[in-house]
Design a protein around this ligand. Sequence first.
Ligand code: A5P
Length: 231
Amino acid sequence: MSDRDAQKARAAGRAVEEVKNGMVLGLGSGSTVSFVLDALAARIKSGVKIAGVASSERTAVEAKRLGIPLTDFAAHRRLDLTIDGADQIARGGLDLVKGLGGALLREKMVALASERMIVVAEESKLVDQLGGATPLPVEIVQFGWELTLDRLKAMSATPRLRYAQDKPFISDNGNYIADCGFTAIPDPTELDRSLRSLFGVVATGLFCGLATMAVIGTESGVEILHRRVAL
Ligand code: A5P
């Protein structure tokens, strides 16, 4: 296992310690969440009863393979806890950039429905300020995507339509994704609001005020961060 994967696995293992019998979970998406699902499957084998709402088709497939019971919002309007990965985590407020794996809209719906959200990641994801080298994924409708990219450019973003195997990438919701470069994101909440007001934008990968705790896998263990609320 690579060093990065070992850090992801350590973070996942510690986060899953927060799962209690009877909880209904939000199951995030991505490679770190794969370690979370493995750890959840082990808890289930040892007798813990849980159910989860999957935030992507990939997570649903993995969860089924591992024997993790799935449920949905028809059965549960509120979830106890979501555990998900991130592409960037800002120290302090724990605002996040998410969606490089393409699952941002469902991930945000799951996080918004949860009492708590724990973000799990390796230490390279921790930053002082969001933006910079990591692009911000923005989910946009397919129709008129060229117009939406023009609107994003007018917001000082450098948007690129995401491709997968020579074709535009299509999300689980049938939308396109524009990866938007921002030199820095000093006010993530305001940027999220402005981007969502653009016609053609469905959701952004900015998760502001949602993560309550971060479990960061390091070389030697885990670091736990709690959200600091600005007064
Ligand atoms: C999925 O679209 C994302 O939001 C992931 O949670 C994020 O990209 C982190 O993924 P990894 O755990 O694979 O780095």
